[in-house]
Design a protein around this ligand. Sequence first.
Ligand SMILES: C[S@@+](CC[C@H](N)C(=O)[O-])C[C@H]1O[C@@H](n2cnc3c(N)ncnc32)[C@H](O)[C@@H]1O
Length: 366
Amino acid sequence: MHLSTSLVNRYTKEQLSAREAQRLAQFIAFGPIVFQACRLLVEFGILEAVRDAENGLTIAEAARETGVSDYAARVLLEAGLSAGVVLVDPETDRFQLSKTGWFLLNDPATKVNMAFNHDVNYLGFYKLDEALREGRPAGLSALGDWETIYEGLSSLPEQAKKSWFAFDHFYSDHSFDEALAIVFALHPKRILDVGGNTGRWALKCVEYDPDVRVTVADLPQQIGLMQEQTAGKTGADRISGYAVNLLDEASRLPAEPVFDVVWMSQFLDCFSESQIESILCRTAAILAPGSRLCIMETFWDRQRFEPAAFCLTMTSLYFTAMANGNSKMYHSDDFIRIVDRAGLEVESVHDGLGQGHTILVCKRKQ
Ligand SMILES: C[S@@+](CC[C@H](N)C(=O)[O-])C[C@H]1O[C@@H](n2cnc3c(N)ncnc32)[C@H](O)[C@@H]1O
């Protein structure tokens, strides 16, 4: 199994003493409570108030500053001590932010993940067991009545929608600028963006190159959203939509015009292995000999830093419980095997973009 150097130690050898291991086991056992307590320390402004006070805050001061009861400030700050997000001075009883607390408050990735987990995942994860047994996103009923989350994206409850899109955009947006250089080195005149969502990548492309034309292929509801979001923006007249449900095996990608680049960003992780193979076979069918398929994905084994791999293997379970019940964040070896089965070969691999994306540039096998 391929593992980046940052993962080798942690994922292949025991790292903890027995005491540390026992503590981590308790941390997991109380995981949902740790999560909610820490989230509310942020939400109620308690961590911020503690950070901003020059010498920290007592419980009574934290309560006064943030308008919560003494009781609320006390239970949350005491839980925060055990969770490791605050420290207390035993002489003065004043609380200060720990390094972990600093990350909770300031790290954009942590903030986006926290909101995603609360607003999209939290309630539905109670049904993870059902989802795993039945191969369907059993937790999705906490948000609405759809077969997969993708059909419901445009009509999710407001807060869930905001956090879903923030999560999705956070990860892909950070890679788009580096990705543009890789894609436009292929000098495309026409790009097909499969799973193009709200058209953010399409807009980047038409802004980057004044001649390029982009077709966004996505579910019909998403195409409507994409048209709304791109309307009036520079180059929007060079963006068009193609409504398709690629889970329908009979569906096809547009064969005309010839696309120089087919782009799939954070798209194939929405599908099971056999569904990916089917979509890639249909993609191979429209690739001209000189055309390239550029797949941008986050592979958990190729991460430079272990916390990124952690986020990805955990995000896999969002796909299980909430999204569709059968997809995941893939290991690159598994993924490249599917690419190969679909009649494509990987021509080059570009690792380490943005928050940990890889681009696989693929062509049709001879
Ligand atoms: C995770 S989003 C990725 C969006 C965008 N490419 C990015 O990088 O941010 C996956 C996209 O795939 C689309 N999608 C999911 N299932 C689909 C299907 N069966 N047919 C077509 N598009 C689908 C979703 O509507 C969504 O826009």
